[in-house]
Design a protein around this ligand. Sequence first.
Ligand code: MN
Length: 496
Amino acid sequence: MKQTEITIDEVIKSFKNPPNHDGEKLVRNAFEFAHKAHGDQKRASGMPYIHHPLSTAKILATIGMDARTVAAGLLHDVPEDTSETLSTISKKFGPDISQMVEGITKLGRIKLRGTKEEHKLENWRRMFLAMGADIRTVIIKLADRLHNMQTLEHLRPDKRIRIANETMEIYVPIANRLGIGEIRSELADLSFMYLQPEEYKKAKLLSEEKLKEKELYVDKAIIEIEQSLKNEGIHAKDIHGRAKNIQSLHMKLQKHDMDINRVFDLIAVRVIVKDVAECYETLGIVHKKYRPMIGRIKDYISLPKPNGYQSIHTTVFGPDGRVMEIQIRTQKMHDEAEFGIAAHWLYETKKKKGWRSYFLPKETEVDKKEVEWVKQLQEWQEDLGNNPEEFMEGLKVDFLKNHIFAFTPLGDIIELPEGASVIDFAYAIHTDVGHTATGAKIDGKMSSLDSVVRNGQIIEIIKDKNRPSPNADWLNFVKTSHAKSAIRRAVNKENT
Ligand code: MN
């Protein structure tokens, strides 16, 4: 990937959500300060160092973040790499920005020791703790990592592998979790390219060949769909084709014996319409025009993915009977899919509505477990109103308050409601782990099964395979419905 010089004017121009006069001034001041502080430092590529914070800032502006976050992006390497200190940043730019910069500095500073699994675990732990403090810090870190991945070729081969690995294991899932599809895909493709160059080349080549062949009838479908919608009085805001990213394609190919003809969503036609009602109307119109493939309609509007993703997907026999996927969504859902949690900042100022208004339709019947996370967000947003300061405060206080993350010794994350016990943790891993649990080690210390799990703890469940059945007393302290029903089922079976 070529590194190109970029300017502060380009950063200003790339704001998806253009700042007011003061906001622009703040961003320009942050640039001047960072520029001076980094002086004539150079990146491994030989480029002036300032292009790295500029690129990070540009990514943040592009995904819809506000002026303050972009300013923090410009300043993110100043305390670590220059003689200017955090207290100077705090004096010049205020505590909000300096705290974001401090968060990023902390995320990068801790030296890692131990095994690879321990690294992974520690990384996760740090990211979640940072997320609890200020989610903007994590978003800046993602933008920082994206630019580092874009310029990875300038590093030594062993460093490339280490960083690509870390990106795939930590940053890709976090971008996914926050729903920032744009960053997730690019990070995944770049990591994949360095980690499995041969497979990357193969998938890329396959994709390019197939796309060339598909292009013609995708264009045809776009025109036909637009016309059919017009006939029914619907004016699509946008219809475009979008190819699947290389790494996701590779994953799918592996599932389908490398047969690209079985990957139905290699290229999807995206139809963006005005509102939810029009989404369903559009689905009907598309199915009238093209025969749908049985069992391939996915309604993520009434059943959003756990990260909040919404759209209707359907696979149809398009022009010339060619199979293709159609994705139908509103503009808000689209921005949400591309920019995830960052879309909040975009809509906060554009409309005086909380993001929950487009996160979930109000009266949906959704699988509870699937959207618990989204619902948590929804609930506190409801209580918080629409003030950005309150929103931030809410993220700090409530995001992790109602929700904790603990880890297995292998680094798997177990998500639990606040107040959950070790037994909830055990059942969350697997029903059998719950049934046979006799004790636990929390952060290496022996603990009882009714201990309350705290955020960030590493928990090892001690099992006894000969244990006859779970203890009915556990019902007095378990919090999750999953654990409760599993215990009840086992206890009832015992008594009959
Ligand atoms: Mn950096």
